[in-house]
Write a protein that binds this ligand. Sequence first.
Ligand code: MN
Length: 274
Amino acid sequence: MMRRVRTLPKRGTLLVSTDLHGNLADFEALESKFRDELRQNQETYWVLLGDLVHGPSPEAARRKPELYGYDDASPILPSRVMALQKEVGDHFVYVIGNHDFSHIGGPRTGKFYDDEAAELERKMKPLAVAAMRGLFRTAYLCAIAPCGALLCHGSPNDTLERFEDLDDLALPPQTDYHKRVVGTFLNSYGQPEEVTARLLARLSGGGVGLRMVLHGHDRDESGWNVHDGNQAQPVMFGAPHENKTYLRLELQRAYRSVNDLRLGHEVLRLYSSL
Ligand SMILES: [Mn+2]
């Protein structure tokens, strides 16, 4: 049985970042923040919310250099992530995104190429492809931060009926119900406030109250998108350099809502101290 939800501890520091899409410089900048935090406090965790792979085509980089002007490092990023996993163990948490899913049976994505999974695998050695698929097959579908947040790639609707249903979920999913759960966790951009509230209530319990969904999947040039009352996303891919954003949360706190996440405190720019 593969556990698909990771519940984080009730104390320590939590970094949350999303979609890298093959951007090695962004990965290294985040990794360096993570290592700095770890040096100061052993109880530090980093949750990366998917879409590690599939960077811009050279044409897209030329067309919009302020957003897409970087070399696609997708062929080597999975091995960098696995090396970090090996080193820090459960202090690093990988949550799967829809682009990752396309390598293990999910729908093929076509943002920068007709079939981005085929395009990437063509550039990699067979052993590296197998290792990458292993990373994605063993990824989490979501993480629970006891400070009040459900963390996932998309912002899911309330298809998931019970928390425990995530425990025996295979990737790729094998039942229609699991297919619908994975579909909404990986592909939804946002939900009406009451739908998210219903899901959060269902997943709360055992002394943990969930009050917001923090997610990725979408782009936003401002780098920080709060929407529908109880959902928010820090943006890396699709934000210009100066607006690339990640989150730093204190796990022992109780964030009451997305409004408790303040720019310059919990909401941080990757390349400036604001
Ligand atoms: Mn995505």
